[in-house]
Design a protein around this ligand. Structure first.
Ligand SMILES: C[S@@+](CC[C@H](N)C(=O)[O-])C[C@H]1O[C@@H](n2cnc3c(N)ncnc32)[C@H](O)[C@@H]1O
Length: 388
């Protein structure tokens, strides 16, 4: 490793100093797939930074493990599409990032090239894999913002490809219904619990409540309302799933017909940012509008795709969704992994808007290095005039 990467004046009193050789604190795991033909250009930054040491690590789709003082942190690099995205170079972990992570991991005073971020508000610009933001959070920063590039999850092409693949898989194996987002966190169970609470509070009627699932994907969330007729989790009212991806709608319809759900659950093609609601919409609005991961996908929309919109995609989302919620007794139950509770409320329940916070699901929290966190949030927002 190049000497210049070592601090001029190492602090021997800290736990992991002098500064380690940077490559010793990371492990690079290549993706288990064939190389993309575009990849021949992927090492271009190595030509720009012609030093005799390796300045960047990984490549698109790689896993990089950073051996932090709190334990291993697994990072996934971006998978850039075409030259425009590759030029952002965010599909690498850079030495500067590892070096900074080491320097903020310990409670330094700045004097020896180590800094404490405890209690500070930290913003990581051009975060790439986000290592420094994650480490700042573990090191006790009060608040961390990461400016990431909008990922491919914000593009229609991504979802079309994903659901075309899932359709094919399901054709070969009827039991393979594809990805159920946030299933590892128990999101569907948490949403069902919120519905049960609203019924217990006399705010929803199990027999007549009508559902709209925004960005329904494979429709799994609506199917879980239909499972086990004898169970508390069964909600028999009308249900509509909408998505802008044609293969997603094909997949959801096919699974619905295999489950013999008749027309009690419909699936319709709809781009919620760009189109007016179709004939599936209900005058007066649905009692429950569900969103699991769709607001997240929309908030990752690349800038060039959102240029035709009148406002930020998250703002357009709110304006489009509000009227779909029943004004007398309607709720939006939204689950996000990209935003914190406060951020979701800032976007979707501003004072001037029509929604307000009503409740939130409890998820098990994790504690890592003394910091407590939660991987997803599920919020119940109520249409304001619903209180009257
Ligand atoms: C993270 S997936 C969640 C899928 C499903 N809700 C679930 O929980 O499994 C996001 C979904 O949002 C859909 N989506 C993204 N932008 C959309 C838009 N503008 N209009 C309608 N659906 C959209 C995608 O096609 C995708 O199915």
């Amino acid at each position: 490793m190049h000497d210049a990467l070592h601090p001029v004046n190492p602090v021997v009193t800290l736990q992991r100093l002098p500064m380690p050789v940077l490559t010793d604190v990371i492990q690079i795991i290549p993706p288990d797939r064939d190389e993309d033909p575009e990849d021949i250009f992927a090492a271009a930054p190595g030509l720009i930074f012609t030093d005799d040491f390796q300045n960047l690590h990984g490549d698109k789709g790689y896993t990089i493990v950073y051996k932090s003082k709190w334990g291993p942190i697994e990072l996934k690099t971006a998978d850039p599409q075409a030259e425009g995205e590759r030029q952002l170079f965010s599909h690498y972990l850079w030495n500067a990032s590892i070096s900074l992570a080491e320097r903020i991991s310990y409670d330094g005073d700045g004097g020896n090239n180590t800094w404490s971020v405890k209690g500070e508000r930290v913003l990581e610009l051009g975060a790439g894999v986000g290592l420094d933001g994650i480490v700042a959070s573990l090191a006790g920063a009060e608040m961390v913002g990461l400016l990431l590039d909008p990922s491919e999850l914000g593009t229609k092409e991504y979802w079309d490809d994903a659901y075309a693949r899932e359709l094919e898989n399901q054709e070969q194996d009827a039991d393979d219904e594809g990805t159920v987002w946030f299933s590892e966190s128990g999101a569907e169970e948490a949403i069902l619990k919120q519905l049960e609470n609203l019924e217990d509070e006399g705010l929803l009627d199990r027999q007549t409540t009508r559902f709209l699932d925004l960005g329904t994907g494979n429709g799994h969330l609506l199917f879980c309302l239909r499972e086990d007729e004898d169970e508390d989790t069964h909600w028999p009212g009308e249900a509509v799933g909408v998505d802008y991806s044609e293969p997603s709608i094909q997949l959801a319809r096919r699974i619905a017909s295999q489950k013999d759900l008749g027309d009690t659950a419909r699936f319709e093609l709809w781009d919620l940012l760009a189109e007016s609601p179709g004939t599936w919409s209900i005058p007066g609005g649905f009692e429950v509008v569900l969103d699991k991961g769709t607001f997240d996908a929309i908030s990752l929309m690349p800038q060039e795709s959102s240029q035709g919109l009148q406002a930020h995609p998250c703002e357009v989302y709110r304006k489009k969704v509000e009227p779909l919620i029943n004004a007398e007794k309607g709720f939006l139950i939204i689950t996000s992994c990209n935003w914190t509770k406060d951020e979701v409320l800032e976007w979707l329940a501003p004072e001037t808007g029509e929604l307000e916070y009503y409740a939130e699901a409890k998820y098990p929290t994790f504690t890592f290095g003394g910091q407590t966190g939660q991987s997803i949030v599920t919020l119940v927002l109520r249409r304001k005039c619903a209180q009257a």
